[in-house]
Design a protein around this ligand. Structure first.
Ligand SMILES: NC(=O)c1ccc[n+]([C@@H]2O[C@H](COP(=O)([O-])OP(=O)(O)OC[C@H]3O[C@@H](n4cnc5c(N)ncnc54)[C@H](OP(=O)(O)O)[C@@H]3O)[C@@H](O)[C@H]2O)c1
Length: 306
């Protein structure tokens, strides 16, 4: 493991932070267009003692070796254990080269709970501050004003650099903008070729106009596009000489203000997904994917916005 860590350090030292193009958020944080998701690392809702932790740590280190610097996680992932694994993977990596994002669980949105949750995430990650911090989803119990009083404090104390939301509907995004002392920088949402809720609700267009970055989660629909959808993509994957996953990522990144995070433990998939950055989808093809892709869902099946 020691040799492997030195290897990672050497690669990260060499890689210029700009290897992956970035979106410059209004806070000044440079958000890479592609980042690594960590849902399932270390377990699902709770830590899984039978999980192969070495495999997950290695997956994070390999992503760093390939130029990924944005790591997405949440206190809810494996009950906080995913953050611990990331902390282990990042030992010795210059902090300023990383863009670490985490989320506070919907059940912890009261003022003191957020302050405690943020510190616990920072401690587990061993990272001193979070580049990106977001509310994981709305709470029926706690109003946004209370949550933002904590986020504003964390931001003013330098514990979080950029403030965002995840899985909030348009009216709540507007409310949050008014409550946040720092610019509301980003919203993390379920968005891909198949799931179009944020288009239907106008949230995507609103964010693009307001210069709020959209970070699309589950860009590959977990690698499970339907046979009909894959058949629709075939002429385009042939034309661009790419895979379905690459086309799915390139389609997202073709859109103004959109970045994305995918999850993989597989090095071939990692390379494949990163190569999506080289695909320039022509206007007509982009529109065909936008307007004619079969079987699209107008609501997220996983975290619908209302
Ligand atoms: N804010 C939220 O509420 C929320 C919700 C869900 C997810 N997220 C974040 O978004 C991240 C990504 O979403 P996700 O993990 O649900 O889904 P995803 O990235 O769309 O799909 C991940 C799955 O696709 C496979 N895969 C990756 N690259 C592939 C390729 N090139 N070809 C074929 N299969 C490939 C991976 O397995 P292999 O290991 O075999 O590659 C993995 O099983 C999460 O990890 C998490 O950080 C946020």
């Amino acid at each position: 493991m020691r040799q492997s860590l030195e290897n990672v350090r050497a690669h990260v030292e060499q890689s210029v932070k700009g290897d992956i193009p970035t979106l410059r958020l209004r806070s000044g944080v440079e958000l890479p267009l592609l980042g690594l998701g960590t849902w399932g690392f270390g377990g699902r809702e709770a830590r899984d003692p039978s999980n192969d932790d070495t495999r997950d740590i290695r997956a994070i280190q390999r992503a760093l070796e390939h130029g990924i610097t944005h790591i997405d996680t949440a206190e809810a992932y494996a009950g906080g254990y995913a953050e611990e694994l990331i902390g282990k993977a990042l030992v010795g990596i210059p902090r300023e080269r990383l863009v670490i994002g985490s989320k506070v669980h919907d059940a912890h949105l009261a003022y003191h709970s957020i302050l405690g949750a943020a510190q616990a995430s920072i401690d587990r990650l061993g990272c001193e501050y979070l580049d990106l911090y977001m509310l994981h989803g709305p709470s029926a119990q706690v109003g946004l004003a209370e949550s933002f009083s904590a986020l504003n404090e964390l931001h003013s104390r330098g514990r979080i650099k950029s403030v965002g939301l995840s899985n909030f509907p348009l009216e709540k995004v507007r409310e949050a903008e008014a409550l946040s002392l720092a610019p509301l920088d980003f919203v993390q949402l379920h968005y891909n070729l198949s799931v179009r809720e944020i288009v239907e609700t106008g949230l995507l267009e609103y964010c693009q106009k307001a210069q709020i970055a959209v970070v699309a989660w589950r860009p590959l629909e977990k690698g499970k596009f339907s046979p009909e959808q894959v058949a629709f993509l075939k002429p385009l994957t042939d034309k661009y000489g790419c895979t379905v996953s690459q086309l799915a990522i390139a389609w997202l990144l073709r859109q103004e203000g959109v970045a994305t995070i995918f999850q993989t433990r597989n090095e071939d998939h990692l390379r494949e997904n990163l190569s999506a950055l080289n695909i320039q989808i022509e206007d007509g093809d982009y529109c065909a994917l936008r307007d004619q892709f079969p079987g699209t869902l107008s609501r997220s099946y996983s975290r619908p916005l209302s």
